[in-house]
Design a protein around this ligand. Sequence first.
Ligand SMILES: [Fe+2]
Length: 286
Amino acid sequence: MLKLIHLTDLHMTPPGVEHLGCCPRRRLEGAIDSINREHADAEWVIVTGDLTALGQSSAYHELKACLDALRMPYRLCLGNGDHRGRFRSVFADAAVDDNGFVQSVIETREGRLVLLDTLHQGAHWGALCADRRRWLARQLDADGTAPHFLFMHHPPFPIGIGLLDELALKDPEQLAAILARGNVRHLFLGHAHRPIAGSWRGMPFTVMRSTVSQFALTLDTDQPARCLEPPMYGVVLIDDGQVVVHFHDYAHDGPVTAYRPVPDVIVDDEAVATSYQDRQRRRTGP
Ligand SMILES: [Fe+2]
């Protein structure tokens, strides 16, 4: 079994700069603390872009300082909030392809993790140029029978939220043609700042909330709205072809109570059911 953590849309800012009413660094530190405490057995943390809000070098330095606290290795994708050149100058050891795009493959015993670079510098929509598509095709052909898991920032399909759909990946048919090889088992995406699951062209996908602000669920308007739903990361369990994705509201601070056993069977006698509940109440109080 392989455990991964999927983080997305960190929107890191330079020191002391808030982002839409919260501190991206504190939010990420909270996520890292949670990951280290609750999921220290995760083998990788993958971040699907918008590492920063506006791509300043100082924001990348902030990010690097935070990520150094992770107990496990991490790998990063870029999003529309990023700047490829500044990222590469700060993360000088980041894996890149032959053309300098931030794309790479991680080999695992459960399959190959393929990280794509969908940043079109200066635009909020995403793109995979011919060079990046050729690289992807080569990776999928290199071990055609292995399961592949794709990580990328921009969804290649509309999700039903106004402006976001205009800012999806351009020319998704070109990507679909490459993925028609049939060896991609799951797409892990960002950009939408919402918890979303579904399938595209037969391939399951999941999207996580950001660690900072979210988009509200506004399906009937062209104008998306921001909100402060809780931050989240994904806990991904891959085991012999099965993929399970848990959406973890890691900042939840409400009560977590012990599970109380229920009767072994659903009783069809009302008096017995009432007696069981009375016993439970006497044990635990009102
Ligand atoms: Fe974002």
